[in-house]
Design a protein around this ligand. Sequence first.
Ligand code: PLP
Length: 213
Amino acid sequence: MGIKKNLKKLLNSIPKEITLVAVSKTKPISDIFVAYESGQRIFGENKVQELEMKHTKLPSDIKWHVIGHLQSNKVKYIAPFISLIQAVDSLKLLKEINRRAKQNNRIINCLLQVHIASERTKFGFEINEINEILDESNKLENICIKGLMGMATFTEEKSQLNSEFTKINNLFKKIKNKKINTLSIGMSGDYELAINNGSTMIRIGSTIFGNRK
Ligand SMILES: *Cc1c(COP(=O)(O)O)cnc(C)c1O
């Protein structure tokens, strides 16, 4: 199936209030443009260099999200235009985002990544660290924490996925307010479960663009 059809089918299958981030990492400009022409405006990338290049070549009304681990020394390249930094996983990174946002005279929206997977390799804060980070971030004038982001374990075990999503959703419910309104959980393999567990934003790559090499 083509990108247009995939996108339409996906959008028809999820509630309207869910925000769809089309994950276009590794995919060519031409594929992103097809999705853009179908009306998609939010795209997610995980490599800064690729993101910068795509941002330059594609229409300026696209909202770009960084969805993967971001190194502090790369923040400066995306600070002028990034719409949401989804995977903030350290206070050091948060402070650097604040500094670069200030230089660019803007406020940068961020999500705090929460470590919910059983794999050790996945980045993110532990659940009991979040309150402290929120307190710290209140002192940073040029960032706005919009919510939480999580990546579940790479498994098809539904009970495990459910319990990981429940964990982050319970935390989200505790900290939720007017400003903190985004829970980014759910990818191609698990977005239905994520939506059942309170997701407000899903990040979908292969279901739209096909498998990556
Ligand atoms: C690649 C990626 C996705 C999308 O994965 P699919 O399984 O292709 O939908 C979502 N979130 C993050 C953080 C990713 O790196």
